[in-house]
Design a binder for this molecule. Sequence first.
Ligand code: DP6
Length: 342
Amino acid sequence: MKSTFRCSSNIALVKYWGKKPEGIQLPANPSISFTLKDLYTETTVSVLGSNTSGNPEFNFLFEGNPKPSFIPKLTDFFDRILNNYSILKDFRLQINTSNNFHHGTGIASSASGFGALACCLAELEELHSGKPVSVEQISKTARLGSGSACRSMFEAPAIWGSHPSVQGSSNEYAIPFQGNIHEAFAGMMDAVLIVDSGEKSVSSTAGHELLKGNPFSPARCGEATLHLTELCTALETGNMADFIRVVEQEALQLHAMMMLSIPYFILIRPATLSIIEAVWAFRKETSIPVMFTLDAGANVHLLFPGVHYQQVKILIDSRLLEYCQNSEYFCSKIGSAPIKIQ
Ligand code: DP6
């Protein structure tokens, strides 16, 4: 038995930052993201033989090589999901995984990585037990590996975290955005500008922890809840100005929360700010709706409708590449559900 899946990374528009004090990997606030079709992980899980130890047993290869630094996170993950996956109790597993973006670009791969792994485990579990595994269950499993991974399951924007005006929303798993997306957002793209490809000084997981007991956290949760409402409305009405305002405000609030943590830390770099200023200047000059967002690092994601690809490429090549490490950036279309590879 073996299963192979491709799962895309995602970029949050409203950010998940902070976990609930209770439960495992439950978000302090709701978030919404776009999946990045062209930045993905491919994972194969194969059954090696029977497992009589009662504990999960696995071999893990990342891009063909052992990766000991990933083992503790995988072990925790398997312990969390053990009771729902009889394959983990009954078989020894071989896991082979690789990203189509090379490691060391600073692009987070935990979302696509745990997303792909959750899809493979679900398929093997279905084959072994004969019981179907729902997409909610797969999303929930991915969440237990890395919170943001639960949002990589849909072509539509993914909403994770319970929100009073989003029907069916849950802290346990992500759901696809239900509304009709306005044509203003047709063919959205993301250009990821690599400002710093090094290891982050503070991981996302550590950053989330620092918000527990932070006096600014309740206000931040309120902001994210409001922003999600505003963003969903903008997606439906085509109000690009509101969409841009919310997306950029969210990126800045995420990094403001890092600066307001104890101990405080800063992940953006001078080049990050130079790019932001150049994007604002370009938008003022041209009225082209290109906006920035950030994840927990120095890299800048430029979001724009695909019709403006040529102008944005000129912007990047002429004004932004000088701020990118090794002049490197990656362009991706938005929107892709996991794909089963035969
Ligand atoms: C800033 O999902 O990487 O990218 O749940 O601890 O694995 P863990 O953290 P992770 O956090 C992502 C934080 C973010 C915002 C987001 O993706 O919503």
